[in-house]
Design a protein around this ligand. Structure first.
Ligand code: FEO
Length: 389
């Protein structure tokens, strides 16, 4: 377990979770990392802790550099337990350390854990803390993505510890974007953005412009998950595109089916969209990962969502998916709802209601009794082509 130097006397001392495949319903198909960083200066400073079961791994790395009991500050940028659940163990070892965090983080930490006897220093956006030759500056990140969130900027090194922002869920031996591959890292970051940060697009745009106005020079971004950005411009530019819902010429078709009728419609819609030159992705709600589906929806110009009707209502797996999609608040989409029914088409009507709540620009729903006829399949093809156009 070795630390990795990322700047002079600044080290990655996090942990790699190669085997986790589920992060509160986010499919982490290549595992993930919990990043923690150690700054060695007159005051030894740890930025973020790791998930509880990985504290030993993080400590093993720290011990290669300093005695962990000598840590002076532990900056907690965010209290979600993937970062904070290792804090009680760290505080037992670094018993004289001061936790540095926002007021809301302090309140949350003391609700999650027994903080009796801990030194806790509350900071707010714009505050600075000298740790010797270097200065930490704190950036308020309220609701990005929790009320307690903040980021920490190491001024002299032009290094931003961004916590969850700009992160990616990928476990790797590589520690930098250039080692994993910048394009590949952007793809992992897109998956993360779509599933965690998409609903916060408005706040992200505001924060990006605030940080730009502060005139901070950022040479490196060290997030709390995944690899470190030596090319911060690339991921900042990607965040700006995603937050503005800039779309590709892409149609995403999502469906579930009972007796293949809705599936036939999905295929015809996909073929129609493809006939107009759009990139087409087709997903089955029970066979494909929702993590992937919403990532493709993020930058699609159109979506088609279909389901059969069961028990006079919406097919439950599609209802579950729509609950997930609604919470993520995708914007600026054209949409089509479709499905087969036996004696009423309530399933499709319920999908339509959700897409209208999302303010998608919807076409007339396509509802087919029992099995689509040739004419109805042609209608599905035509609607797919219209979505693509
Ligand atoms: Fe990585 Fe919001 O926790």
């Amino acid at each position: 377990m070795k630390p990795v130097g990322i700047k002079d006397n600044v080290f990655w001392v996090g942990a790699i979770d190669w085997n986790e495949r589920d992060f509160h319903n986010f499919l982490t198909r290549r595992g993930l990392t919990y990043n923690s960083y150690l700054i060695v200066d007159e005051k030894v400073t740890l930025v973020d802790t790791v998930k509880h079961k990985f504290v030993k791994e993080s400590l093993d790395r720290i011990k290669k550099i300093v005695d962990p009991s000598q840590i002076d500050y532990i900056v907690m940028n965010h209290i979600e337990p993937d970062h904070s659940s290792g804090l009680p163990d760290m505080m037992r070892i670094a018993e004289n350390a001061t936790v540095v965090c926002s007021q809301r983080a302090k309140d949350g930490i003391c609700k999650y854990y027994d903080c009796d006897g801990w030194n806790i220093k509350v900071v707010k956006g714009g505050d600075e803390l000298k740790i010797g030759t270097r200065t930490l500056m704190f950036i308020d990140m309220t609701m990005l993505h929790w009320p307690d969130s903040m980021a920490t900027y190491l001024k002299e090194d032009k290094l931003l510890f961004s916590n969850d922002a700009f992160g990616q869920h990928v476990a790797s031996e590589e520690r930098f974007d250039e080692e994993l591959g910048v394009e590949e890292t952007i793809n992992w970051a897109k998956l993360y953005y779509a599933n965690i940060l998409m609903p916060l697009a408005g706040l992200i745009k505001k924060k990006l412009s605030e940080v730009q106005n502060l005139g901070l020079e950022i040479e490196m971004i060290a997030p709390s998950h995944g690899v470190i950005w030596k090319n911060p411009g690339k991921i900042i530019e990607a965040y700006s595109r995603w937050a503005n819902f800039e779309s590709e010429n892409k149609v995403v078709v999502v469906f579930d089916t009972m007796w293949h009728s809705t599936e036939r419609l999905a295929e015809a819609i996909a073929e129609g969209a493809g006939s107009e030159g759009a990139e087409v992705r087709v997903f089955h709600v029970r066979k494909d990962s929702w993590t992937d589906i919403v990532t493709e929806i993020l930058d699609a110009k159109s979506v088609a969502i279909g389901a059969p009707t069961i028990h006079n209502g919406l097919f439950p797996p599609v209802a579950g998916f729509l609950t997930y999609l609604k919470g993520l608040k995708p914007q600026n989409k054209k949409a089509l709802t479709f499905g087969s029914y036996g004696w009423n088409g309530n399933g499709v009507k319920e999908i339509q209601k959700v897409l209208e709540e999302l303010k998608f620009e919807t076409l007339e729903p396509l509802m087919v009794k029992f099995k689509p006829s040739e004419e109805e399949l042609q209608r599905a093809f035509d609607l797919g082509a219209e979505l693509a156009r």
